[in-house]
Ligand binder design. Structure first.
Ligand code: B1M
Length: 232
């Protein structure tokens, strides 16, 4: 029996529980993460706080140790799987706001990149804010984005990249949109840990979004602007 088995999550106070969830996420313990999420919700925590303080907080630690060569891909995959377990519980709560439909977004991670947690989080938060979200998944070539835009007619194209080697692909997509004369038909928002505002500007995106909350705010602002322009 490991030490983990001796810990009764519901007996920990909030701070201890969040610390324990950091450890459990680190160890890829999906069931424990799900239990922790449920306990925090039962204690009245807002779903968004559970997400950012317990899950994203824990994943940040994983990220540091991955960078420093302490954790390796298999362990990080387990951590990601545990995080997704927690996110699955939070998703309906974040989405069920009853907000009126405010716009539509197509979102996907760019070609060569399989990171999807951040993108999924953005999609969840956008749905929660009343956007219809079409998720193209990971590893999207320019053709996949173009096809989805034509088929779905979204207000927004969202692209995610987590690698310094894949983020330049966003420019390939935007340049192709320019070549095809459709760039200005869409609001283009980009995000992902290695990006910044300067990069967003340099590749011709409308805005860089630091996190999911900023993505929602930025999307609302730009869609509002677009509708005002149309009605002017
Ligand atoms: Co990867 N990985 N990984 N990885 N991984 C990073 C990104 C890395 C920074 C780790 C590190 O070294 N510290 C590093 C990149 C270094 C670099 O490019 N300079 C890295 C590497 C190197 C790799 C591999 C190459 C490792 C290898 O194979 N040797 C490999 C690449 C595979 C590939 O894509 N081709 C790889 C693989 C993996 C796993 C499969 C093991 C797993 C992914 C599982 C999955 O996603 N299903 C994984 C993970 C989990 C990570 C870290 C640890 C965590 C990423 C994450 O989920 N963060 C990551 C370290 C880190 O980022 N600190 C790392 C939590 C998430 C909520 O945040 O994704 O930033 P984030 O999303 C935020 C914002 O960025 C923003 O909002 C989100 C929510 O607030 N945002 C958007 C994101 N997308 C947006 C789109 C928008 C708007 C906002 O559109 C409008």
């Amino acid at each position: 029996m490991s030490d983990e088995d001796d810990i009764i999550l519901s007996e920990l106070d909030d701070e201890e529980l969040v610390q324990q969830m950091f450890d459990d996420l680190y160890d890829g313990l999906k069931e424990e993460i799900e239990e922790g999420v449920n306990i925090l919700l039962e204690r009245g925590w807002q779903p968004y706080d559970v997400l950012t303080k317990a899950l994203v907080g824990g994943m940040t630690i994983v990220g540091h140790d991955f960078r420093d060569g302490i954790l390796f891909v298999p362990e990080v995959l387990l951590a990601a799987n545990a995080m997704k377990g927690g996110m699955a519980i939070l998703k309906p709560l974040l989405v069920e706001t009853g907000a009126p439909r405010v716009g539509k977004m197509v979102i996907g991670t760019v070609k060569g990149d399989i990171h999807d947690i951040g993108k999924n989080l953005v999609g969840m938060m956008m749905e929660g804010a009343g956007f219809e979200v079409v998720d193209l998944g990971i590893n999207n070539a320019v053709e996949a984005y173009l096809e989805a835009m034509e088929k779905e007619g979204p207000d927004i194209l969202g692209m995610s990249a987590l690698l310094t080697t894949t983020m330049p692909y966003m420019k390939v997509v935007i340049d192709t949109m320019v070549e095809q004369g459709i760039r200005d038909d869409y609001i283009v928002l980009v995000g992902g840990a290695p990006l910044n505002e300067e990069f967003g500007r340099a590749i011709g995106a409308d805005a860089y979004c630091r996190d999911a909350a900023v993505a929602v705010e930025t999307a609302k602002e730009w869609v509002g602007r677009k509708h005002n322009q149309k009605s002017a």
